[in-house]
Design a protein around this ligand. Structure first.
Ligand code: XUL
Ligand code: CO
Length: 438
């Protein structure tokens, strides 16, 4: 057991009036919303890479984050110590889940065999910590982008040996996720994309990526892993163009390569905005196709053009997320994973608590606001009414596929002109959302 946050006890719900910065104002795990607890709606998860491996370094400056428990070495002992600190943190925070990349939790060795051995040693420790604390693994994944071997990509590398190494690495990562009873497995492209089309065979790279994913699905079935596979869209960074550009590109890929039955999407806010979309757009697009599996909750800085991975505090954003998530009945087995990092200027360990508490409270508020909007039916009734001309008469026939262009021409020749169109009332609805936010 670790005692790395001696001044912090379990974070409690104290309600909106508290002045205690280390308390929840809105997140009360057992509070029911639409008949389900907040814990079950939100399924919060802590991202191991940012929270326990982030250093605060950036392209211009050295690490800033104080992590007194971490000796900075690549030893297995150091990795185990981090696990203890991570579970102390998650227990005190009351986060039910965490997520990791294989390389976040255990150091790489000089050969694949040695690397796997080190991973096994840390996984054993993770398993014991999970059992002791009740904190569970939301998803596992593999880091196929940090090591120089992956400079041209992993499953889309032009080098077959690199493809094979990545396949071996992911085989192990899926096995470890299964051993830790992970509920999902995520593919994020890393460097699956290109920097320049002069040297790229795009068709071959996409075929290889699909072959890779099919092998993963086959292996998962073979070992009895029944978790959900998730593909995480991101348009660019580190490559100029990532093949998993946005929800639409990912879904086209999944369909084209017949992976629809096995793979859903993990949608991240900062990736949505980098693609020129809102988070709500990406969520709705995935959800209406039955493919919204999980979310990476964060936010970008709209004045900066990269993935700043900030903690989400914007109540409009979380309300919009929860409207879509509640509409589809929740995310399980997915969840709300804070793929977010404290700023390098927020360098003390306590800042990790402030950041997660703020994100959890923002989502709890979004959940409650969305529930009130749903209970009053204000948006759904407006939208239903807006399309009512398709509920009867010619509109109903169009939707049922019972009309041809000729039928519609005859209908309009007879009628002369369409019924008058109505206002979209955008500003009225925006005002109405503000009424619910207070
Ligand atoms: C990178 C990113 C990843 C994935 C997991 O932008 O979001 O951390 O979530 O590989
Ligand atoms: Co992410």
């Amino acid at each position: 057991m670790s005692d790395s946050f001696p001044e912090i006890s379990k974070i409690a719900y104290e309600g909106p009036r508290t002045k205690n910065p280390l308390a929840f104002r809105h997140y009360q795990a057992d509070e029911p919303v639409e008949g389900r607890s907040m814990r079950d709606w939100l399924r919060f998860s802590v991202a191991y890479w940012h929270t326990f491996r982030g250093t605060g370094s950036d392209p211009f400056g050295a690490p800033t984050l104080q992590r007194p428990w971490d000796d900075g070495s690549d030893s297995v002992d150091n990795a185990r110590r981090r696990v203890d600190v991570a579970f102390e943190f998650m227990e005190k925070l009351g986060a039910p889940y965490y997520c990791f990349h294989d390389r976040d939790v255990a150091p790489e060795g000089s050969t694949l065999a040695e690397t796997n051995k080190r991973l096994d040693a840390v996984v054993e420790h993770l398993k014991a910590a999970q059992e002791r604390s009740g904190v569970k693994l939301l998803w596992g994944t593999a880091n196929l982008f940090s090591h120089p071997r992956y400079m041209h990509g992993a499953a889309t590398s032009p080098n077959a040996d690199v493809f094979a190494y990545a396949a071996a690495q992911v085989k192990k990562a899926i096995e470890v996720t299964h051993e830790l009873r992970g509920e999902n497995y995520v593919f994020w492209g890393g460097r699956e994309g290109y920097m320049n089309l002069y040297n790229t065979d795009m068709k071959r790279e996409l075929d290889h990526l699909a072959r890779f994913m099919h092998m993963c699905v086959e292996h998962a079935r073979a070992i009895g892993f029944r978790g959900q596979f998730l593909f995480e869209p991101k348009p660019k960074e580190p490559t100029k163009h990532q093949y998993d550009f946005d929800a639409a590109a990912c879904l086209n890929f999944i369909r084209q390569y017949e992976l629809t039955d096995h793979v859903k999407l993990n949608i991240e806010t900062n990736h949505a905005t980098l693609a020129g979309h809102t988070m709500m757009h990406e969520l709705v697009y995935a959800s209406i196709q039955g493919a919204l599996g999980s979310i990476d909750a964060n936010t970008g800085d709209l004045l900066l053009g990269w993935d700043t991975d900030q903690f989400p505090t914007d109540i409009y954003l979380t309300t919009q997320c929860m409207l879509v998530i509640m509409q589809q009945g929740g995310l399980a087995p997915g969840g709300v994973n804070f793929d977010a990092k404290v700023r390098r200027e927020s360098f003390e360990p306590v800042d990790l608590f402030h950041a997660h508490i703020g994100g959890m409270d923002a989502f709890a508020r979004g959940l409650k606001i969305a529930a009130r909007l749903r209970a009053d039916g204000v948006l759904s009734e407006f939208v239903k009414r807006r399309y009512r001309s398709f509920d009867e008469g010619m509109g109903k026939k169009i939707e049922a596929g019972q009309t041809s262009l000729g039928d519609l021409e005859a209908y309009m020749l007879d009628k002369g002109r369409p019924d008058s169109v109505e206002s979209g009332r955008q500003e009225m609805l925006e005002n109405l959302i503000n009424d619910y936010l207070c």
